[in-house]
Design a protein around this ligand. Structure first.
Ligand code: TUI
Length: 309
């Protein structure tokens, strides 16, 4: 079965689950445009998630999914809400969904883990994942080490389930490139930050529009939770402290609540402005429908016009 049929969507474009940002307005806009919107449940309580699912349902009749950030401690409760509300698609990130998988599969949910390596992709296939999202280190937020260009074909060769590409894709050229490497779909985050419907502070959108190809960096490699974001005052301070080998607590204090600062308050100097390396390509705010339709049109044109000689 084609991925789009399996997910009940028109186009194989999935919106990346961006914590604090990927809520009803963005999720419904992506799903209404024929892609797959995903609610980011990271940081939400079960009641928060239920409210967000119900808001989304009020805005769209199309399928949408929920992402579970596996570092969270309330996965069981979030799972109950997902099943009760009849959401049929789960993506996971930042860990292994091993212990939850049987329950999700029993509930008839399509499970699509985000994976940063071949080993984890194979493990997810064995556990019964319906597809995997191969996310390269170009992506924003919590990332692995390998680039999309290198990771994707290796995962495509290693598993028999569909592979969705993520990290570094913001237009039809990028989409076509990942399909050339064997992807059956793309997950896109950064491009959807700069959309009319994205409920992030305008300063955050402005930071994404302004940032160039070298303006993101990864912090936290040392403590095992590497995160890519746009360089700013806070990140420079973090890197300086990391260099000085300060203890974990000091670093944690600096980043505590930093995503909220950027997303809700628009404090792009002291907040965490998570975005991928492709941010340099994003220079205009558009409606989600336009992003999706342009991406499909361009990907088809690029793929049809490829000449290798
Ligand atoms: O999860 C993401 N990206 C994220 S989560 C997030 S929220 C956050 N906020 C502050 C600090 C840290 C996180 C922001 N961005 N992407 C998916 C992803 N999953 N990337 C890497 C992984 C991953 C890592 C290890 C998936 C599986 C895995 O398994 C390890 C194991 O236990 O086998």
């Amino acid at each position: 079965m084609k991925l789009t049929e399996q997910l009940g969507i028109d186009y194989p474009i999935i919106q990346g689950a961006m914590a604090q940002i990927a809520k009803a307005p963005l999720v419904a806009a992506v799903s209404n445009a024929g892609g797959l919107g995903i609610i980011a449940s990271g940081g939400m309580s079960a009641e928060d998630l239920r409210a967000e699912i119900q808001k989304t349902k009020a805005l769209t009749d199309r399928p949408f999914g929920v992402n579970l950030m596996l570092m969270m401690t309330n996965i069981e409760e979030l799972t109950e809400v997902i099943i009760e509300e009849g959401v049929k698609i789960i993506t996971t990130g930042a860990g292994t969904p091993k212990s939850y998988m049987p329950k999700w599969k029993e509930a008839g949910i399509v499970v699509i883990p985000v994976v940063p390596s071949v080993m984890i992709a194979k493990r997810m296939e064995k556990l019964g994942a319906d597809a995997v999202i191969a996310e390269g280190t170009e992506a924003g937020g919590h990332v692995g080490e390998t680039t999309t260009m290198a990771l994707l074909p290796q995962i495509v060769d290693a598993v028999s389930i569909p592979v969705i590409a993520a990290g570094g894709i913001a237009d039809g050229r990028g989409m076509a490139a990942t399909f050339a490497l064997g992807a059956k779909g793309v997950q896109v985050g950064t491009r959807f930050l700069a959309t009319d419907e994205c409920p992030v502070h305008p300063n955050f959108k402005e930071a994404v529009l302004k940032a160039g190809d070298r303006d993101t960096t990864v912090t936290g490699r040392r403590n095992g939770a590497p995160v890519r974001s746009i360089k700013n005052k806070m990140i420079k301070e973090y890197l300086r402290l990391e260099e000085e080998n300060v203890d974990r607590d000091t670093l944690e204090k600096l980043t505590m609540g930093s995503l909220r600062k950027a997303v809700l308050d628009g404090d792009t100097d002291n907040g965490s402005v998570m975005a991928g390396q492709i941010t340099g390509l994003v220079t205009e705010i558009k409606p989600c429908r336009e992003v999706i339709e342009e991406m499909m049109r361009e990907a088809k044109m690029v793929a049809a016009g490829l000449i290798v000689e």
